[in-house]
Structures are given as C-alpha cells and as structure tokens.
Write a protein that binds this ligand. Structure first.
Ligand code: PEP
Ligand code: CO
Length: 458
C-alpha cells in the first residue's frame, strides 16, 4: 500500500531544493548537469514499484519478528569492480550468511545488498591536502575519481550516467544469476571453511554448517526442488540516497499506484551526516513511497529521532522506516536505550537494524582505516541484548563486507593484525569484513540468536 497523499503535503520531487543541504556537490559545468539529469529522467527505472512494495511488506514482517533483515555490501562500490566474478562472490557470501541467519533466527531472511548504485559517499572533509596541494575529496565514482589530480577530483556530471549504467549492468547480472539458479544458489553446501581450523569455536561452527546443510537438504527433499528455486531466492538493492539530483531524476509516478517511487533502488537510506530534520535529504525522503533506512549515530538524541520518525513516517506505515543504529561498541550501551524507549513511548513502528561497522572505525599507525572483528561483534551482541531487555526487537543487521579475501578489518579466526592489512587492502573508503570474517560473524550471531530462540519472545 502506498502512503496516503496527506503524507506528501507541500512535497514535490524537487521541494528538497528549498532546504539547506549537507554534502552538496558543486559542478563546474551546470549545463552539462542539466542535460544529464534530463536524460536520466527519461531512462527506464532500475527497479519496479511492485518490487519496492514487496520489500516494504517484508520489512513490515521483520518489524513483527517474522523475518530478519540482512543488509550488506561494499562501503563504496567502484566502477572498476563492476565485474562478474566480484558480483557473483558478493551474492554468494550474502546468500550464505542469510542461510546461517535463517537457521539461527528461525526466520526468513530479507537480503538487501549495498549494491547496484552505492556509488556516492559523504565525506567528513570536503577537501584533501597532500604535500601542500589541496583538492576536493574523493566522493565516489558517481561524482569524481579517486586519483589525486585536479581533473580527476572535479565533479563530472557524465559520471551520473555512467553510474546509472553500471547499476543497471550489475542488476541485470544479479537478476540473470538468480533466474538461472546459479551454482552456489543450487549448492550452498560449498562453504570454503578453511578458516575454521584456526578458531577455538571450530567444532561449534562445523556443527552449525552441518545442521544448515541438513536443513537445506531436508527442505529440498520435501519440496522436490533445489533451494534456489524454492521461495525464489530474492535480493533487493539499497544505497545511500546522497546525491539528490540523481535520486530525483529516477523518482516517478507509476500507473495504478498513488505516490512517488524512487526507482533507482529498492531501499535508499539517509546517511548519518545528512539526517537534519529541516534539511534537504529528509525533505526528499519524506515524499517517496519506498521503504527507507535512516542511519543514526551518537549525535541523534531521542527528541531528534522522534521528529524524524514523525516527518518520515507520519502515518506509521509498517515497513516504511528502518532505523539503522551505528554507535560503536563502547557507546551503544549509553545511546541506544533512550532511543528505543522514546519510540516505544510514542507508540511508533520502526524496524531496528544494527550497523556495527561505522561506530567502530579506527586509524592504524600507518594511516589505514580499520575495524576490529571483536568490536563489531561486541556492538552486535549488545544490540541484541539491549533490544531484548527493553522488550523491543533487533530486526536486522547491516554490514560492510565483500566476498573476496581482502585484509581490511583486523581479528577473526585467522587473527589478522594491523601488520597484515597492507597485504590486500582494496577498499576505496571504509574497511570491509572479508569472506571468512563475514561468514564467521554470521555463525557467531546465529549462535546467539539460537540461544535466544530457546527463551520466550518478549
Ligand atoms: C556508510 O554506510 O557507508 C556511511 C557513510 O554510514 P553513516 O552515514 O552511518 O556514517
Ligand atoms: Co562506510
């Protein structure tokens, strides 16, 4: 169901332009920008309104504890990485994590990739200085290029079209893999568990994978079909809706539905740096019919959260708003409870999702950004406990991860240290869990969820 039009009072796809904007992008060639945006507005949508509504329905179920949300992918997709092997590996790791979480939570898992459009990044600093030279910061391939030259760092409107095309190519390949039931969807039993021997929990991990495989085999035997054909494995897309001109160009009305859909992705989210209730991003997001994410960090208190919930979901539509909290292992215990309490008191419906990545970023001695496996797990563990204790429910998790064997986060069964990071550090922006760390994280969360399943639901 689309939100009633009363929600959209005074809204239009470009009403955000009347509000102050954070993270504004300045284009040297305004005429080119206008021409690119008019092309983008005519090009076909990347996703459809019925897929968007399906995801919203499923998120409403996550809010009721009937499903669990898994959102994950790169911090920042790059155009270069629009490659079949990398895309397939991303799907495989998300699928595997989802099977492990299904097993642990006894709930169907909604798979939402940070992919097919995660090309624009907010930055803490607008400029970067190297050896006395100051240039605009790298903002993601939708906006500029990472090379440190004035030409590469200038915002280029043509990149909006390149980004739209890369997103379409990515999505096209994902849809084909799913339709063709690609090998790992048909045989998720291949797990690549080499890392397990390095873990003290080795026996527990093996037992869980054995149980997951057995459940898959049982289901397949009962249904007489492969798991990839059962329940038609679904993947949805998401990205930060940072570049409002781009998002607006793909926002449209569709036949036989009311409301406006942002059809550049299923689930856009508002970043922690752009969630000013009076700002442009919140204004744009309040009028679109998609399910949306809202990132909240330590500077968001209960009053601001309630303002945002009211602006973004005045009709309290289930599934419409996912609050993605990202505080950090050290401070979640202080910041999360007042937010949960405020939403509960106001009688509002949100899906709570924990992003244990963005509050746990640290710099190494050599200036690399990293995150520690133990801190990430620590924040997640606390998130489950806090929601449970307060009679609320953690409805999902949000990771920066990759299906590759990178070395960007420390810790995990192989005990990666800062000294290992130089070996395969590829991220353009934030450090991601690698294949093994992501799978191990899933096994650990599933163990915790499994324990909870033994207890009464709040
Ligand atoms: C991100 O998700 O990559 C990001 C920048 O997050 P946040 O807005 O929570 O800082
Ligand atoms: Co990030």
């Amino acid at each position: 169901m689309s939100p009633p039009d009363s929600q959209n009072a005074g809204w239009s796809p470009d009403s955000w332009k009347t509000r102050p904007i954070e993270q504004q992008i300045v284009y040297p060639d305004r005429e080119l920008l206008a021409s690119v945006l008019s092309q983008l507005a005519k090009l076909p949508p990347l996703v459809t309104s019925w897929e968007v509504e399906t995801l919203k329905r499923q998120l409403a179920e996550a809010g009721r504890g009937e499903r669990f949300l898994l959102q994950g992918g790169d911090c920042c997709e790059s155009f270069e990485d629009c490659r079949s092997d990398l895309i397939a590996n991303k799907l495989k790791i998300l699928l595997k994590i989802s099977l492990v979480l299904t097993y642990g939570s006894r709930r169907r898992v909604i798979r939402v990739g940070r992919f097919a459009g995660q090309y624009a990044k907010p930055r803490s600093a607008a400029t970067e200085t190297r050896q006395g030279v100051t240039l605009p910061s790298f903002r993601g391939n939708l906006i500029n290029d990472r090379q440190f030259t004035a030409e590469a760092r200038a915002a280029d409107a043509q990149l909006l079209l390149r980004g739209y095309e890369r997103a379409a190519l990515t999505l096209n390949f994902i849809r084909s893999l799913i339709d063709g039931g690609f090998a790992d969807l048909r045989h998720p039993q291949r797990w690549d568990l080499g890392f397990v021997i390095h873990s003290p929990q080795s026996a527990e991990y093996r037992e869980m994978i054995r149980a997951v495989n057995e459940s898959v085999a049982f289901l397949e035997a009962m249904a007489g079909r492969r798991i990839g054909e059962l329940d038609r494995v679904e993947f949805f897309t998401s990205h930060e809706g940072l570049h409002l001109d781009y998002e607006q160009a793909q926002t449209r009305q569709v036949p036989r539905r009311t409301g406006w859909y942002n059809l550049s992705t299923h689930m856009p989210w508002i970043g922690d740096r752009t969630r000013d209730p009076g700002g442009a991003h919140v204004e744009f997001f309040r009028g679109i019919a998609n399910p949306i994410g809202l990132k909240v960090g330590p500077s968001c208190g209960p009053d601001q959260l309630l303002d945002l919930v009211q602006i973004l979901n005045p009709e309290d539509e289930p599934g419409r708003l996912t609050v993605i909290h990202r505080f950090g292992n050290r401070t979640i215990g202080r910041h999360l409870p007042p937010l949960v309490e405020a939403v509960r008191r106001a009688g509002k419906t949100v899906v709570w999702c924990c992003d244990p990545m963005h509050g746990n970023t640290a710099n190494t001695g050599c200036g690399l950004k990293t995150r520690d496996f133990g801190e990430i797990l620590g924040e997640l563990t606390q998130a489950f406990e806090i929601h449970y204790r307060m009679g609320s429910r953690l409805g999902g998790v949000h990771f920066e991860l990759t299906g590759e064997n990178v070395t960007e986060c420390t810790g995990g069964a192989r005990g990666l240290t800062e000294a290992d990071l130089g070996r395969a550090y590829h991220s353009d922006v934030d450090p991601r869990l690698n294949y093994e760390q992501a799978l191990e994280m899933a096994l650990l969360i599933a163990t915790q969820m499994g324990r909870r399943n033994g207890q009464a639901e709040p």
